[in-house]
Design a protein around this ligand. Sequence first.
Ligand SMILES: Nc1ncnc2c1ncn2[C@@H]1O[C@H](COP(=O)(O)OP(=O)(O)OP(=O)(O)O)[C@@H](O)[C@H]1O
Ligand SMILES: [Mg+2]
Ligand SMILES: [Zn+2]
Length: 451
Amino acid sequence: MKKGTVFVCQNCGFRSPKWLGRCSQCGQWNTMVEELEEEFAGEVLESGGEPVLYQDIKETTNQRIPVGIDQFNNVLGGGLVLGSVVLIGGEPGIGKSTLLLQVSRDLASEDRPVLYVSGEESLEQIKLRGDRLGLSREKVYLLAETALEKILNAADRMKPRALVIDSVQTIFSSQLTSSPGTISQVREVTNRVFRLAKRNQIPVFLIGHITKEGSLAGPKSLEHMVDVVLLFEGERDHHHRVLRVLKNRFGPVSELAIFEMGQSGLKPIDNPSAFFLRERPKNEPGSVVISTIKGSRPLLVEIQALVSSTLFSGNPRRMSIGLDHYRVSMLLALVEKKVGYSFAGEDIYLNVAGGLEVDEPAADLGVVLSVISSIKNLPLPREMAVFGEVGLSGEIRSVSQPLARVKEARSLGFETVLMPAGNLPQLQGEDLKGIRCLGLDSVRRALAQVF
Ligand SMILES: Nc1ncnc2c1ncn2[C@@H]1O[C@H](COP(=O)(O)OP(=O)(O)OP(=O)(O)O)[C@@H](O)[C@H]1O
Ligand SMILES: [Mg+2]
Ligand SMILES: [Zn+2]
């Protein structure tokens, strides 16, 4: 080992004098990277360390500015808070730069420009993207730079309406000797940017790369340092993208926005349910529409099941995409035991159409019905949506937000909802004209009702 170096876990920041295959703090493998030992200067306190009496603290309201896209505003909790630092993580190529260039375009005004700093693309490359997004005369300044001190200087001089840094892993401070992207650098950059944001009341977007297999110099380690953490996700072969909140010091963490990636950039999807159901086959065995809650909003999605005899003798296959494997296994066992089907010798495939993930128990009833619909080769009645948790005795248990789920189904033209009987009282007195709510307490009764 060279003198003056230390091994730092790029996932959690754990420091060790010797190399470890597995971090002893967070347990991740192969995350230890050799970095030069930094002199730790310690934090300089800016306000004298004098305690202030609670009632003497002046009131400040968190001033918010709209970012242009309504759905994005919702995700932020009602707009962008001045002086806040927002970290947006996402896998390579998902559309982070696109989203933030669009936001820059919308935020820039005549007297307050936006500063977009890129440490990974040339000005020409960004302009090419901008052309695609229809940028022209907006006051968006671009800076291709990786030196933190120069970026801070530029921002200090310009006092932009917002600052975008694309990406935090490419920027480095000359005060540290470790290379860009290492956890020390990423933290230093975030820390200094954070102070700039607070000092000048400039909102800052930090883009962070994350990879599927956990992350190198993971933005994970930055989550506690910033005000808001957003995750931009999508499936490679689908055009939609989901923006979710992981942390928000100024708003709820339940919101989410759905976008469609296209030629002219990201377009917010106003009616996600209609979007996810648009290619749904009608009267197809194995297809069931469930009313699920994503973030704080209801969403209708289609669950598809395919049950077919296992070719060759061997282990039957069980595959599910977009659903929790353990939950699916549990539900299949329950159907065998309580309803009396045998899945020995059957392959079972389950899929949430559109590449979405559904991770709430309220999807249980939909999973059960789709599997049985496929076995029987019988479709569900037309225009029926379902929701409900299924317990181990085959009982249907109530779930949260029944009213929102029913209303969403009605607004998409569904005529019947199959739902937990226990949720019916919550619908009493509500105007639910145009939709029939069938409350059921067991899977057996549900099957009798449906088939
Ligand atoms: N002409 C186009 N039409 C439709 N979609 C496009 C077009 N050009 C690019 N895209 C989409 O934009 C995505 C790349 O967007 P962007 O560069 O913003 O992603 P990123 O997350 O910043 O990627 P990186 O990790 O490389 O920084 C592509 O994966 C593709 O889906
Ligand atoms: Mg990018
Ligand atoms: Zn670690």
